[in-house]
Design a protein around this ligand. Structure first.
Ligand SMILES: Cc1cc2ncn([C@H]3O[C@H](COP(=O)(O)O)[C@@H](O)[C@H]3O)c2cc1C
Ligand SMILES: O=C(O)c1cccnc1
Length: 353
């Protein structure tokens, strides 16, 4: 029976609810620590979540990777970004040479950057580049589907397989990152298609477009939804018609992390659009998501509220690449350390009340 199920179906089938017993043990432990109950705020919530995700009170999350999915977008032809599409392959080389913001932050926190060509519109080669190219960029969604359903599933499965490989190599915590000029446009289209949000709220300035381009971008999203009529009840249909290859790859990263009982830290607007799709494909995957920051991108607040994720940081960042997610890695590790290394009232001889 199992052989006939796709990698995606098998992966979704492996995702379990968080470990209630481990979360109860975590709560009990947190309440014994030398502090007023609840006084470590979100750090306590994160520690409890880490226990539920891994099934362990003291998981070692020190091996961590940000998976940066790169892909191009046919919709760039409509003038929706402040930058030209050539920047996508140029930035991929920058990631591989260690010079992008996500590289600096990853070195700072001890994380590895895994850069994946899942749909860049150029032939790139580098010993560290993971090539899982589904096609040379999406088609222009303003006039037809960005990709076929089969292509979308292949991109999701590439993300799953990359995380499976990394988990096999001992990685225990993941972050979502992306690079793809134009990708705030499909991200916003997915938000509108799957949440019913209005275009004015969901579509923002991305890399920093002016008022005229913003009007054009909103019109492009309306045209894409009109031309493709994505099915709000079918997340893969929406992903294929108005999504992107790197967004699909990140859906796979999130589902793969959840199936492997690893926390996955979700970056900004584009990554959260992937998280929305993942949560619709596999509602249980939500428990494995750790929100990182509230992006400056306009639609992000609504998107996170819709998924039910409360951002940890608010730094007015709007870069993507996984930068906000990587910044949150040490917070997750700190939460776990507090739960395990602090003295309890008993062990320290501190009076409780
Ligand atoms: C040099 C540069 C580096 C980036 N790193 C991430 N992005 C971010 O900007 C893009 C999305 O914005 P839009 O939809 O407006 O094109 C994505 O590639 C995203 O990762 C960058 C953009 C630029 C220009
Ligand atoms: O929030 C993000 O991830 C984002 C916002 C604007 C441009 N690129 C990325």
């Amino acid at each position: 029976m199992n052989e006939s199920r796709s990698v995606l179906e098998q992966t979704v089938g492996r995702i379990r609810a968080l470990d209630e017993g481990a979360m109860r043990d975590a709560e009990h432990r947190l309440d014994r620590l030398t502090k007023p109950p609840g006084s470590l705020g979100r750090l306590e919530e994160i520690a409890r979540q880490a226990a539920g995700v891994t099934g362990l009170l003291n998981p070692d999350l020190s091996r961590k990777a940000v998976v940066v999915m790169a892909g191009d977008h046919g919709v760039c032809a409509e003038g929706v970004s402040a930058f030209p599409a050539e920047v996508t392959p140029q930035m991929v080389l920058n990631f591989l040479n260690g010079g992008a913001a996500v590289n600096v932050l990853s070195r700072h926190v001890g994380a590895d950057v895994v850069c994946v060509d899942i749909g860049v519109n150029a032939d790139l080669s580098h010993p560290d580049l993971v090539v899982r190219k589904v096609k040379y960029g999406t088609a222009n969604m303003a006039s037809g589907p960005a990709m076929t359903r089969e292509e979308a599933v292949r991109a999701v499965e590439a993300g799953i397989e990359i995380v499976e490989g990394l988990a096999g190599d001992g990685y225990r915590m993941f972050a979502t990152g992306e690079m793809g000029i134009g990708n705030t446009t499909p991200s916003a289209a997915l938000v509108v298609a799957l949440t019913g949000a209005d275009v004015e709220t969901a579509v923002g300035r991305g890399t920093g477009i002016g008022d005229e381009a913003l009007r054009r971008k909103r019109d492009v999203v309306r045209r894409a939804l009109e031309a493709n009529r994505p099915d709000a009840g079918d997340p893969i249909d929406a992903l294929a018609k108005v999504g992107g290859l790197e967004i699909a790859g990140l859906v796979g990263v999130i589902l793969g992390a959840a199936a492997n009982r690893c926390p996955v830290v979700v970056d900004g607007f584009i990554s959260s659009a992937a998280a929305l799709v993942a949560s619709r494909i596999a509602p249980l995957s939500k428990g494995y998501m750790v929100p990182s920051h509230l992006s400056h991108e306009q639609g992000h607040r609504l998107l996170l509220e819709h998924i039910g994720l409360k951002p940890i940081l608010q730094m007015d960042m709007r870069l993507g690449e996984g930068t906000g997610a990587v910044m949150a890695f040490p917070i997750v590790e700190a939460a776990v350390k507090l739960m395990n290394e602090m003295a309890t009232f008993e062990s320290a001889g501190v009076s409780e009340n």
